[in-house]
Ligand binder design. Structure first.
Ligand code: CU
Length: 128
C-alpha cells in the first residue's frame, strides 16, 4: 500500500511535470493580437481572405490555419505573410454558406520557438 507521504510526493512530482509540459498554455500568454474578419464578428458577406496579426513576424512554414464551418473544413490556399507580423490565406471557394465559423491557428513567431495555438469564431449572415 502507498503511504500518505509517498502519495503526496508523487502528486507533487506530477504537478511539477504537468506544469513543465504545458508551458505555452499554462502561462496564458498568446502572441495573437487580432484578425480580419474580427473574432466574434457577424459579417453580411462571406470573407475572401483570413488575416491574423501577431506580436512578431510569424514563421509561415511552421504555422498553420484551418477554417471550419457548417459544412466541415474549407479549403484554404496561398498561405503567406504580408510582412506586417501577420498571416494571410485565401478561402479557395469564397461562396461559403451562412453560418458559424471557427478559425484555428498554430503559429511560431519571432525568435521564440514555442508553438502557440488558438482559435476564434465569426459568423456569416447574408440572407441570400
Ligand atoms: Cu496577403
Amino acid at each position: 500500500m502507498l503511504g500518505n507521504r509517498r502519495l503526496k510526493s508523487l502528486l507533487a512530482l506530477f504537478v511539477l511535470a504537468a506544469s513543465l509540459v504545458g508551458c505555452a498554455s499554462s502561462t496564458g500568454y498568446s502572441p495573437f493580437l487580432r484578425a480580419e474578419p474580427a473574432a466574434d464578428s457577424v459579417l453580411n458577406r462571406a470573407p475572401r481572405n483570413l488575416r491574423l496579426f501577431y506580436e512578431a513576424l510569424p514563421d509561415v512554414p511552421n504555422s498553420s490555419l484551418t477554417l471550419t464551418g457548417p459544412e466541415g473544413n474549407y479549403d484554404l490556399r496561398g498561405f503567406h505573410t504580408m510582412g506586417s507580423d501577420d498571416l494571410m490565406i485565401e478561402i479557395t471557394n469564397p461562396s461559403i454558406p451562412d453560418g458559424d465559423y471557427v478559425v484555428a491557428w498554430s503559429v511560431v513567431v519571432g525568435e521564440d520557438s514555442t508553438v502557440y495555438d488558438g482559435s476564434y469564431r465569426f459568423s456569416v449572415v447574408t440572407n441570400r
